[in-house]
Ligand binder design. Structure first.
Ligand SMILES: [Zn+2]
Ligand SMILES: [Zn+2]
Length: 165
């Protein structure tokens, strides 16, 4: 394999390569590219969104991995515990880094997902356990719904909507 995502910062490629090796995984270009896209997100992306972002960050002339390759890549990374999957109510499966225990906040308007560190919701979980007979763990993964910062900002501006009569 000589193809490599040349638009990626060599330091990032190096660091993610070392990370893959630490997990006993081969440093394939597609794995490095997918992780490089997901790393700064601090949330989840679907395969289509990963593909879209790869297309934006690779230079013209560098073909991005196709959807099937990205799908295989994220599936392998989930199996290896590097990523974890979250399926939304609309049936779309999204992928995020499986690092520290975290919960998810889903934007009800645009569907973006950010991760909320579990420790920020420890007392919420304790209260929920006290009020129910459920045993809830930080690994259980709460899904919260609301508006992301971008959609909040858009909600404050008058939206220009085409009028149809
Ligand atoms: Zn997550
Ligand atoms: Zn949003």
């Amino acid at each position: 394999m000589t193809t490599k995502p040349s638009a990626l910062d060599p330091a990032v490629t190096e660091r993610i390569g070392a990370f893959l090796r630490a997990h006993g995984l081969r440093r394939m270009a597609s794995r490095i590219a997918v992780l490089a896209v997901l790393e700064p997100v601090n949330g989840h992306l679907s395969v289509a969104e990963i593909s879209q972002r790869l297309r934006e960050c690779l230079p013209a002339g560098t073909p991005p991995p196709d959807l099937a390759t990205i799908y295989r890549t994220v599936t392998t990374l989930v199996e290896q515990g590097v990523l974890h999957a979250l399926t939304l109510e609309n049936g779309v499966t999204t992928y995020g880094l499986a690092t520290d225990p975290h919960h998810h906040a889903v934007c009800t308007r645009c569907g973006s997902i950010i991760e909320v560190p579990a420790q920020q919701l420890t007392s919420a979980l304790e209260h929920a356990m006290a009020g129910s007979s459920f045993s809830l763990s930080e690994r259980a993964g709460l899904t919260l719904h609301g508006l992301c910062p971008q959609c909040q900002a858009e909600g404050q501006e008058p939206r220009i909507q085409p009028r149809q009569r």
